[in-house]
Design a protein around this ligand. Sequence first.
Ligand code: ATP
Length: 372
Amino acid sequence: MNATMNAKNHFDITVLAGDGIGTEVTPVCLDILQAACDKIGGFSIAFHAFDSGAAHYKKTGVSLPAEALAHAFKSDATLLACMGMPSIRYPDGREIAPQLELREKMDLFAGVRPVKTMPGIPLPLEDARGKKLDFVMVRESTEGLFASRGNYRIEGEGDKEAAYDTQKISRKGCERVFEFAFRLARQRKTQGHKGLVTCVDKANVLGSFYYMRQIFDEVSKKHTDLEANHIYVDAAALQLVRQPWIFDVMVTENMFGDILSDLCAGLMGGMGMAPSADIGEHNAVFQPCHGSAPDIMGQGKANPTAMFLSGAMMLEWIGFKHNHPAVLAAADLLNRAIVQAYASGTILPVELGGNDGTAAITAKVMASLVSL
Ligand code: ATP
């Protein structure tokens, strides 16, 4: 289908740069996205930026303004960098994390964390074993242990005093994220991947995970064209370091996914290399896996690659949703530009021991994009 034949040729993006290095990697990402879209042509994209996050909370008492949330609901997608500052907290001590509120309010149940290694940079496992990594972690993002966020309770007194957070694992929450994981595995199978979904749990110790595993088994029986297996989360941590290439699509609870996806970012070289998407029935938010990195903010050292890759995931999601070949072509162009820039061997990000910060990496990716 030709792009001009599409009913929808304009896409509005809500942009939340947030805190710390978010304000550094966002503007360059918008430049790169605009350049990729302009180069393909046939559609237009507009970015609508809103202040939000910990610094905004400190200034105004609000971390996620109502107009930003309303815009995120009606726009075609949201691009979010990172939010939170250890020094700025809610009165109960929690860090400001409006990105979690956004996930809850928009019901973005599937946290998608692709683990794909980039050529041309030193990687902890690839170098040693000569293997390429290409798998996806899907993190349930609306319940699990995070469900009790802000509602922990303290019971008892004296020696008996203890704090409790309650884990929520619901049938609906499990079914929809497992179905998502199987759909993703089926789509990946057409691209030559294994077609395997692995449920990561702790069913040997906690009843809620045993319940989750039973629902996984029920759902897997509906997808006989695909393989399914389970692994305990501790064994998953071991295998992610020993032989991560055994995985294709992993699906897990919110807290386990939070922890394991940072491990996965490490497999890709660092936090600045790891993109992500939080996807619901109607809306989606695209965001690098990293936080606001206060230790390097304001120094030009932030690696914008994870933000660029998240932007490419956003274009891909919009392209598939609207069956829009030109938007899909822009996503593909951006991905190829990033890979080509790294494959040349001339980029070594500061976080990987090199000298390339935000400006240098952006310039090299932009040059690569222009050359394609
Ligand atoms: P959060 O809890 O908000 O997710 P975090 O505790 O996981 O945050 P990050 O802010 O992601 O922490 O930072 C972890 C480490 O990775 C820090 O040393 C930080 O400097 C580094 N880091 C994170 N993102 C980047 C990036 N884009 N470029 C370079 N280094 C980064």
